[in-house]
Design a protein. Structure first.
Length: 219
């Protein structure tokens, strides 16, 4: 039986002979680096030096990739920083959210948060303090500065919400100034972060946290 022209063309294509359609080329070059590892190195760079002082050349050097790879995988410097902040919150900064979610009272949550901050902010092998508190120091980008400020203010708002709930439940005196107490908690944890960067030890920060909790009102 004779093959039709269509069938002959199919055979030529499958054999790679004359008239065969070229095989599709792979799209783009395969990524030659581990994205999670590169992101971790970016976290440490921004954490140590802040947004403004960390240049793209600094990032490519510590991440071990070229600028084209950085832009292809992460976008520009600001887009990378936004991802860094989100990932920092997951890997290193989630202890505060866990304390608020898991402890039965605002007092217990803040006490646990300050105690864990003393440990987290002085952990060996990584920058001290908190990235969200320090990364916008001397920052010329209003958007970056505003984004980090919003995150810090959201934390204080979360403290205030828990404090108000405890006042309503009778866990704190009715006359407690929820806003002031929340700002006190925020000021203490921000101060602990700065002191950790200045060389304070875990034990020194734990002592500070204990004194800070002594001012909390009791029923």
């Amino acid at each position: 039986m004779e093959r039709t022209e269509e069938t002959k063309a199919q055979v030529r294509a499958s054999d790679g002979g004359p008239g065969a359609s070229p095989a599709p080329k792979p799209r783009g070059r395969p990524r030659s680096f581990d994205r999670a590892t590169a992101l971790e190195k970016a976290i440490l760079a921004f954490w140590e030096h802040g947004y403004e002082a960390t240049s793209v050349s600094d990032l490519t050097r510590v991440m071990g990739i070229g600028a084209p790879s950085l832009y292809a995988a992460f976008g520009d410097k600001r887009a990378l920083f936004e991802e860094v902040v989100r990932e920092y919150g997951v890997r290193y900064g989630s202890f505060g959210d866990r304390a608020l979610a898991e402890e039965p009272t605002a007092r217990a949550a803040v006490e646990r948060m300050l105690r864990e901050a003393a440990s987290e902010y002085t952990a060996p092998g990584r920058p001290h303090g908190c990235l969200v508190i320090h990364a916008a120091t001397n920052c010329s980008s209003a958007e970056v500065e505003g984004s980090l400020r919003d995150r810090r203010n959201a934390n204080i708002a979360a403290f205030e919400s828990r404090i108000k709930a405890d006042i309503a439940a009778g866990e704190l005196p009715a006359g407690t100034d929820a806003a002031a107490l929340a700002r006190h908690a925020g000021a203490v944890i921000q101060g602990m972060s700065q002191q950790a960067r200045d060389g304070a030890s875990r034990e020194e920060l734990e002592a500070l946290a204990e004194i800070a909790m002594a001012i909390w009102p009791r029923t």
